[in-house]
Write a protein that binds this ligand. Structure first.
Ligand code: PLP
Length: 227
């Protein structure tokens, strides 16, 4: 846990950029420590892990879901999640809408785009996404609110490539804003940038950076998580 680094990053951010502390694989005590420093926005990528932490931690924590979400896990986060960054299909958005309705709330969501060179990263491409936005179904999903886009850069040393990917995501944001969300002031979020590439993301217009290891230290993936 590196509180000094936390403040260094936080104090380097221009006003519109929010820091999400990515606490996946880290114990609740680490979240509480950062909470005590004033941090409220935390990111998790496993639904059951988020649920378990939500139950024991302060209720004013803002929980951002940033991982691939399976439809059968939505129920673990729907009652309280602040924002889902990782909507990557029409089917998922439709299911999130269903659970939001059940919980009598509107869930803010971001559309995740595949901008990296790697095959493994989830996300829409623009054509697929526009198909959804143009559909009659989409108009009827009143319990989800689309607030912007999210993406992950390629895991590479080549920062020029990562910058081009972030620029691409910004273009996608501008296109969707102009065509579908021009009158919606809430469509304003660009979730991009992690420990290794957040300074570039900020330069390219990010509004949410998602920082894990720089703050909490390297993750130990061998610790079993209940998900
Ligand atoms: C784990 C994760 C992060 C944080 O990664 P770090 O490199 O540790 O900062 C950000 N975004 C997503 C989607 C993640 O899964």
């Amino acid at each position: 846990m590196n509180i000094e680094k936390y403040y260094e990053i936080k104090n380097s951010l221009p006003a519109p950029v929010q820091l999400i502390a990515v606490s996946k694989f880290k114990p609740a005590e680490d979240i509480q420590t950062l909470y005590n420093e004033g941090q409220r926005a935390f990111g998790e990528n496993k639904a059951q892990e988020m649920k378990a932490k939500h139950e024991i931690l302060p209720k004013d924590i803002q929980w951002h879901f940033i991982g691939h979400l399976q439809t059968n896990k939505i129920k673990y986060i729907a009652p309280y999640v602040t924002m889902i960054h990782s909507i990557d299909s029409a089917e998922l958005l439709s299911e999130v809408n269903k659970y939001a309705l059940k919980n009598d709330r509107v869930i803010p969501c971001l559309l995740q785009f595949h901008i990296a060179a790697e095959e493994t990263k989830f996300g829409f491409d623009l054509r697929e996404c526009e198909e959804m936005l143009n559909s009659a179904d989409f108009q009827n999903w009143k319990n989800v609110h689309i607030c912007g886009v999210m993406g992950m850069g390629t895991f590479t040393e080549d920062m020029d490539q990562v910058r081009r990917e972030f620029q691409h995501l910004h273009q996608i944001f501008d296109t969707l804003k102009q065509k579908y969300f021009a009158d919606d002031a809430d469509f304003k979020e660009l979730s991009m940038g992690m420990t290794d590439d957040y300074p570039i993301a900020v330069e390219e217009g990010s509004t949410f950076i998602r920082i894990g290891s720089a703050i909490f230290g390297a993750r130990n993936y061998n610790v079993p998580v209940n998900d």
